[in-house]
Design a protein around this ligand. Structure first.
Ligand code: NAD
Length: 348
């Protein structure tokens, strides 16, 4: 009997193995590493094949595919966004992703990306805050204390030196959960009962709520001079978090304008509303923060290159570890033209 060829096995990182990998590296180290990988890819921005993500909307949520390539590797992420899921005991955001070799087209990694999305989103936020937040920022308001919130907080600690986080969620149980999870993080954690209380003394305002509507998590009068806003939750048409007045007072920084104009806070603004692309700030081609009075706003929606960076990082880090299994997901007969023969031989 001929054994079917298994020469094209694909490493697969399960949720369990991703969690083991995070623990073995240490979450703060991993957030710093991921921020570096994202920063490296933002510096190579121009060579990437870029397209806004392909979104399939329904009344309850969205399912998206996020592809990109640097010419050597190709990556995509499958991700959903279903704000109503939490009330049904399910995650708002789940994801998995794949990295492939451009030369052969063969996959080289399949991985869970629900954990990895939370990590890469947080790492990107903190990498951006490093460029835009006021120097010496040590206090952040964290509005929306759901699945992403601890990751966002820890990344700001690991990368920007955050010392205090001020939590607010419309659901006090979410704030309790977040405070509990951060109790041993080496941060001062303050539970707040209104968004106004949460922003007191904070130089960084993070909004990370989930609601399928044009919400007003921050009103215009809540945003004082000099702050940095890290707006994470508005990432889909009809789903925003900030009052439009804030956008006219702030300098707005974005990932990929064609995607952000449809999905980000700036969907509220005219099509020619001025924004700065982050990769240009990182390369020193455009100014980031200019002075202490300026309001900077990262209108984050999450772009495919950040997932590509995260996939590259996982591919590099799992080598010589036990944190993956090999998947037989690609039929690869010894004689490439004899796919049918491979099927026939497998019967005997
Ligand atoms: P989640 O459902 O786990 O948490 C959201 C929290 O927001 C909940 O605790 C909810 O009670 C709270 N909330 C809702 N409305 C609020 C309001 N008006 N005031 C205060 N709190 C409110 O969701 P998550 O996984 O933490 O994701 C949060 C948001 O971030 C989602 O909208 C998601 O789509 C978005 N997201 C963006 C990116 C990105 O790259 N920009 C990546 C991942 C997730």
């Amino acid at each position: 009997m001929t054994t079917p060829s298994h020469k094209a096995l694909v490493p697969f990182v399960s949720v369990d193995n991703m969690m083991r990998l995070v623990h073995s590296i240490g979450i703060e180290t991993m957030l710093r590493d991921l921020a570096e990988y994202v920063e490296v890819d933002f510096k190579r921005w121009e060579l990437f094949d870029k397209t806004p993500r392909v979104a399939s909307h329904s009344e309850v949520g969205v399912i998206e595919l996020m592809p990109t390539s640097d010419g050597e590797a190709y990556g995509f992420k499958y991700v959903n966004g279903h704000p109503k899921n939490t009330s049904e005991g399910l995650q708002t955001v789940t994801a998995f992703g794949l990295l492939a070799d451009v030369y052969t087209g063969y996959p080289v990694l399949l991985t869970e990306m629900t954990m990895l999305t939370a990590l890469r989103t947080a790492a990107t936020s903190a990498m951006v805050a490093k460029y835009l937040a006021p120097k010496g920022s040590d206090t952040m308001a964290m509005i929306g204390n759901g699945a992403q919130s601890e990751f966002q907080t820890l990344a700001m600690k690991a990368i920007c030196g955050l010392k205090t986080v001020r939590l607010f969620d419309k659901d006090p149980a979410a704030t309790e959960k977040c405070a509990r999870n951060l109790a041993a993080a080496g941060l001062k954690v303050v539970r707040c009962s209104t968004p106004e209380e949460a922003i007191e003394g904070a130089q960084i305002l993070t909004t990370c709520t989930a609601d399928k509507q044009n919400a007003t998590i921050l009103t215009d009068n809540m945003v004082g001079a000099g702050v940095h806003i890290n707006a994470i939750g508005g990432d889909c048409p009809g789903k925003t978090e900030l009052a439009a007045g804030i956008l006219t007072r702030a300098d707005v920084f974005v990932e990929f304008p064609p995607q952000t104009r449809v999905e980000g806070e700036i969907q509220q603004m005219p099509e020619d509303f001025a924004v700065t692309e982050l990769w240009q700030v990182i390369l020193g081609q455009k100014p980031g923060r200019r002075d202490d009075k300026q309001i900077t706003l990262f209108d984050s929606v999450g772009f495919a290159i950040e997932d590509f960076s995260a996939l590259r990082y996982i591919r590099d880090r799992i080598k010589d570890t036990e944190f993956f299994i090999d998947l037989d997901m690609l039929a690869d007969p010894d004689d490439p033209r004899d796919l049918f023969g491979m099927l026939q031989r497998s019967q005997s």
